[in-house]
Design a protein around this ligand. Sequence first.
Ligand SMILES: [Zn+2]
Length: 218
Amino acid sequence: MQSPNLPGLRDVDLAGELSDLLGLPVKVENDALVAAFGEYMLLAEKPRSMVYLGLGTGVGGGLIHGGQPYPGDHGMAMEVGHIIVTPHGRKCGCGNLGCLEQYAAATGVIASYAEATGEQLLAHEIAARAKAGDSHAQAAYDLAGSTLGIAIAHLAKTLDPALVLIGGGMSQAWPLMQKALKDQLHQDLIPVLRDKTQIVVSGSGDQAGIIGAAYLTA
Ligand SMILES: [Zn+2]
C-alpha cells in the first residue's frame, strides 16, 4: 500500500501486521470508498451503480458498481477531489491548478470567503453568516455548489450512475449549495442525462465509513 499523505508508509503490509496484532480479519481500503460502501449497504433499494462524494477538508469519492466497491487498477479510482473544475485556478496540494477540492471542500469555502473579505473563518462559521444573509458567504457556498455540479456532470457522462450520494461533514451545508449545484449540473449535462441522476444527501452522519469497513471484512 501507499498514500501520498503518509509518505513514510510504503510497501508496509498494514493489514497483515494489524490482523496479527488484533487476531481479527483486517482490510485496508481508501476511506471514501469504504464510506461509499457503507452508504450503499444502508440503502433500502440498491441501484446498480452509485457514486459517493465525501465533502470534508478535501473531497473524496467512491464508486459502487454491481454491489461491489470499485477501487480501480491502482486503488486510485474516483480521486474526484482532483477533477479540474477551473483551468488555471487555485493551486492544489497535488501540484495541479483548479482542482475541485480547492473550491468545494471546507478549505475551498474558507479560501473563497477569505479572497472576497480578507477574513479567515471556519467553514461552519461562513455557513452561519450565509444563513444570516452575508452575500460573500453565500457566494463561497454557491461556488462550492457550482464546482460540484461541474464534477458531477463529468461523472454522470462517464459513469451514468443512478444515484449520487453526498456525505461528509460539509454536506450539512447542502441547503446553501444545492441550487448552484443543480443549476450547473443541468446546464452541463447532455439532454439525455438531465434529471436522470438522483442526488441525495447522506442521512448517516459520520457512520458510513465504520459500517462500510465492517461489511468489507464480512
Ligand atoms: Zn488536486
